[in-house]
Write a protein that binds this ligand. Sequence first.
Ligand code: ATP
Ligand code: MG
Length: 193
Amino acid sequence: MSTTVPLLECKRISVRFGGVVAVDEVSLEVHPGEVLGLVGPNGSGKTTLLNAVSGLVRARGEVLVDGKRVALGRPGAIVRHGVFRTYQTPQVDRELTCLENVLVASPDRAHRGASSAFMLRPRMWAHDRVRWREAAAALNRVGLVAKANVPAAGLSYGEQRHLEIARALHAKPELLLMDEPAAGLNSTCRPRA
Ligand SMILES: Nc1ncnc2c1ncn2[C@@H]1O[C@H](COP(=O)(O)OP(=O)(O)OP(=O)(O)O)[C@@H](O)[C@H]1O
Ligand SMILES: [Mg+2]
């Protein structure tokens, strides 16, 4: 057993939907550098556990990131601790291009004030160029850079799943939660290492 502080610690997480106990006192730890897989049959509560950890459903128990407690039931709370996720059904904006999907997922307001817009515009452009380059690198990592300017609606299901991963990687997560990342993909659909 590791003596380091876990990156993610879930303590007795439970979720009920009316009379259905979807998650029943689940505890787990993820340490830096670890990959932890959750295995279970359909309906066993894998997605619901991720929803609880990411604040999308009401839950009981405790979630800690790097030893700090995260509020449950508040979407976005865990993002501030550097924990990002992907979804079982890709949640991409179909009207935005792949590059835009990646960029909007990690908003950055640096150099956005009036002074930057009027007096320091070159600095604002330089900052944006770095962001675009990093977003393109994230798309390249999942094999989608050639489609950077294609609206997400034009992607296959597998490509949309990869786009979600690129979006999460661009946010430079401390920890990435992925809900069935390989579902619906064949062995040729692999992101680059
Ligand atoms: N919003 C909801 N309202 C009511 N019941 C729900 C809700 N979401 C999930 N459930 C129920 O909670 C249980 C766990 O479902 P969940 O989707 O978490 O399982 P899963 O392990 O992710 O399944 P799969 O492998 O099919 O993705 C199921 O009985 C499901 O019907
Ligand atoms: Mg699921």
